[in-house]
Design a protein. Structure first.
Length: 92
């Protein structure tokens, strides 16, 4: 078992940054991307760096996933509105 400088087992995590979307790395369990706090600063990529076209394709797919999720949410909200209107008209 690999341990960081703090003496704790390292945590395997996935990066969701634009530059390294989907890449796996191990780091100190105190690593926090939002705050920049890295604990003992132990950090190591588990996989190979992506080449430019891979990064571009991955980012396009991630953006498309978010776009589709937004569309689904909008459709669900529209369906609720249609159902509400249908029930209102049925009561008249």
């Amino acid at each position: 078992m690999v341990r960081c400088g703090c003496g704790l087992p390292v945590a395997t995590t996935t990066s969701w940054t634009h530059e390294n979307l989907g890449r796996k790395f191990v780091a100190c369990k105190f690593y926090n991307h939002e705050t920049g706090h890295r604990g003992c600063n132990y950090f190591e990529w588990v996989d190979e760096d992506m080449v430019g076209w891979q990064r571009d394709v991955t980012n396009v797919l991630e953006a498309e996933k978010h776009r589709l999720a937004t569309n689904i949410s909008l459709m669900k909200n529209r369906l609720v509105c249609v159902e509400h209107e249908k029930n209102r008209l049925a009561e008249q």
